[in-house]
Design a protein around this ligand. Structure first.
Ligand SMILES: Nc1ncnc2c1ncn2[C@@H]1O[C@H](COP(=O)(O)OP(=O)(O)OP(=O)(O)O)[C@@H](O)[C@H]1O
Length: 231
């Protein structure tokens, strides 16, 4: 279970998050929605240990990990897939996988990557930076997956991708969740995110405006109020 408890956070003198409490229970998919600038990316950065709360706490499985450096949170099973793709552009697909996987697991990892995303199997020796956006995103997700994470923080992984690729990526998110990991999902495709999610949080100007199950949103005009558009 990953929890932000009454978190206030920001950058320098700018306060972005105000009293944010959010839970990502084991095995669940949590969607984090909100208009541009609402603070969604900042929530993920707090959860990954990249932004330290000015007050409040970050807890992993009940342990207070506030202020721990990001790599120690990785050891706790927290994996962050940032906006803009977490791949090494000047390494090949194969090398990107090797640096992430356990020693001795290389062949198994290549096979898994090729079976989930066949395009990666065909492009093992291509430099990651020369692949399409969708292919790079698949590689970024694969790199997250092979860490066997407990919680995956996903920042707009479908950004700028063709709908058919987005479908493939969402199918893979289902696979990751079915394997037992929990997901905290910031996503521009609101309807798709809600189909997948067990819980949803709506952020408005750095505060939690709604927390509940997707079904509870039915009939509400929260989208128009807080997202600036209909779902
Ligand atoms: N490194 C930074 N330094 C200063 N201010 C920042 C920094 N990163 C984000 N902010 C500000 O914090 C606020 C929240 O940004 P954040 O990226 O968390 O929002 P978001 O909901 O993810 O937005 P979007 O959907 O547009 O990505 C914004 O006003 C933004 O300008």
């Amino acid at each position: 279970m990953l929890t932000l408890h009454e978190v206030h956070a920001g950058y320098g003198g700018t306060r972005v998050l105000h009293d944010v409490t959010l839970h990502v229970p084991p095995g669940s998919i949590v969607a984090l929605l909100g208009a541009n600038g609402a603070g969604k990316t900042t929530v993920l950065r707090v959860a990954a240990g990249l932004v330290r709360p000015t007050s409040g706490a970050l807890l992993v499985d009940g342990e207070d990990v506030t202020g721990w450096p990001p790599h120690t949170l990785v050891d706790q099973g927290v994996c962050h897939v940032p906006e803009g793709r977490g791949v090494f552009p000047s390494l090949t697909v194969r090398e990107n996988l090797v640096v992430q996987c356990k020693r001795g697991d290389e062949e198994k990892t290549f096979e898994a990557a090729a079976s989930v995303f066949p395009v990666l199997g065909r492009r093992m020796d291509q430099l990651a930076g020369t692949m399409s956006g969708g292919e790079q995103q698949m590689l970024a997700l694969m790199r997250a997956y092979i860490q066997n994470p407990k919680t995956v923080l996903l920042d707009e992984v479908s950004m700028g991708l063709a709908p058919i690729i987005v479908d493939e990526i969402f199918d893979f998110l289902r696979t990751i969740a079915a394997g037992g990991a929990s997901l905290l999902l910031v996503e521009q495709y609101v309807t798709k995110a809600l189909e997948l999610a067990d819980f949803v949080y709506l952020l408005h100007k750095g505060r939690v405006a709604f927390a509940g199950e997707p079904g509870e949103l039915d009939g509400e005009d929260l989208f128009a109020r807080y997202l600036g558009h209909a779902a």
